[in-house]
Design a protein around this ligand. Structure first.
Ligand SMILES: Cc1ncc(COP(=O)(O)O)c(C=O)c1O
Length: 392
């Protein structure tokens, strides 16, 4: 009998070790891991460069309070601002904490300019922003909020379908007290649904018109997962606030909120804090992740592997039209939508040594490491083909 509470429906496999795209189970089975901790291990398991960076830091300083200077946090923040829209960064430890802070920063901005009544956040219904008490109400999902009342006020919702073709629905939802629109450029848990670039452009336009802020939650889609550093980049817009987590730590827990100077000015001393946010070990690993991602050719290779993966999956869709309904996603954040519930299919993939994970709307989520090899994609395609064949 496990002493862990039963809030997860865990699969009955545990692992002895991982290397790159592969996990080796305690029972001696080798799995192609296209979950990677749900888009966390951006550079695969046991990446030697990350191990070296962590070991080096661990021999020096593990932790100091944010009451002191933290050079590793300074360096990682500098790398993030140099390579993105952002002027300033606040470190957190996880995705949900980062979305919470994104909401706080938006509200604090309006407070700081004498408009504290502007505090509502407009989100997409059934999106995913984490499991803290505010984040579940931001997500607007019945399943996630059930039993956790009272309802946290301050959130309004639009439907994903409001993005196209009926844009005016979004405009109508913006009220006098709306502070920000918060979206995931690619809805991960929600079924790998991509907000089209022209809709992102439109969102930026109405945020400018209404003088409200745009928050892009890039916790799953960010840090090169989309083949750009951020998924919103393909639309050429600039958001005001971007929470990140997952991939930036390559497996080490870290979260961050990136923001423009305009917003950051509101975050004065004492306005926010976190004991572990900016932890030297986490930041040392984050620095190495950034170094690897910004090496010449890295992002191009993510794009190349993504194009290859998508073309092979589209071929499978043509071969198995009664099984595969749609191929979704951006970069290496990939969704294969089935015509039926995907649970047994995922189990069959697992039996054939390929690990994947579910998302909403019958979607199988495929999240290889960003340095995945063509041969590993070929192996995954062979397994998916075999399981499709069994189903047809
Ligand atoms: C878009 C998005 N936001 C927020 C979160 C929450 O992150 P965490 O689980 O680290 O709290 C997730 C996690 O899946 C996510 O995908």
């Amino acid at each position: 009998m496990s002493s862990l509470a039963s809030n997860y429906n865990r699969r009955k496999i545990s692992f002895k070790y991982g290397r790159g795209a592969f996990l080796y189970s305690t029972k001696g089975k080798k799995y192609l891991d296209f979950v990677q901790g749900i888009a966390v291990n951006s550079l695969g398991h046991a990446n030697p460069k990350l191990i070296k960076a962590l070991n080096k830091q661990a021999k020096h300083v593990w932790h100091v309070s944010n009451a002191f200077q933290i050079p590793e946090a300074e360096k990682l923040a500098k790398m993030l601002t140099k390579n993105t829209f952002a002027d300033k960064v606040i470190f957190q430890n996880s995705g949900a904490e980062a979305t919470e802070l994104a909401i706080k920063a938006a509200r604090r901005y309006f407070f700081s300019i004498g408009k504290p009544h502007k505090n509502r956040i407009l989100c997409i219904k059934n999106s995913f922003h984490g499991r803290t008490i505010a984040a579940i109400y931001a997500s607007g999902s019945k399943k996630m909020t059930e039993g956790f009342g009272p309802k946290v006020p301050g959130f309004d919702h639009i439907e994903f379908r409001d993005f196209e073709p009926r844009f005016p629905n979004i405009r109508n939802k913006i009220k006098k007290n709306t502070a920000a629109i918060m979206i995931e450029p690619v809805m991960g848990e929600g079924g790998i649904k991509t907000i089209p670039d022209k809709c992102l452009k439109y969102l930026r336009k109405i945020c400018n018109e209404k003088r409200i802020l745009l928050i892009c939650d890039e916790i799953q889609s960010g840090v090169a997962r989309s083949a750009n550093f951020f998924a919103f980049e393909s639309s050429k817009i600039k958001p005001d606030i971007v929470p990140i987590a997952k991939g930036i730590g390559g497996g080490f827990p870290i979260g961050a909120v990136l923001m423009t100077n305009k917003v950051a000015k509101a975050m004065q001393p004492g306005s926010h804090g976190s004991t572990f946010g900016g932890n030297p070990n986490a930041c040392a690993v984050g620095i190495e992740v950034m170094k690897q991602i910004f090496k010449p050719g890295f992002l191009n290779n993510v794009k190349k592997m993504s194009d290859y993966f998508f073309s092979r999956l589209h071929n499978l869709k043509i071969n198995y039209p009664k099984i595969i309904k749609e191929i979704r996603g951006k970069g290496l954040l990939i969704g294969v939508q089935l015509h039926f519930n995907q649970a047994k299919f995922i189990k069959s993939l697992e039996k054939n040594n390929l690990l994947t994970i579910r998302a909403a709307e019958n979607v199988i989520r495929i999240l290889p490491p960003l340095n995945v090899k063509k041969s590993e994609i070929d192996q995954a395609i062979r397994i998916i083909d075999k399981v499709c064949d069994k189903y047809s």
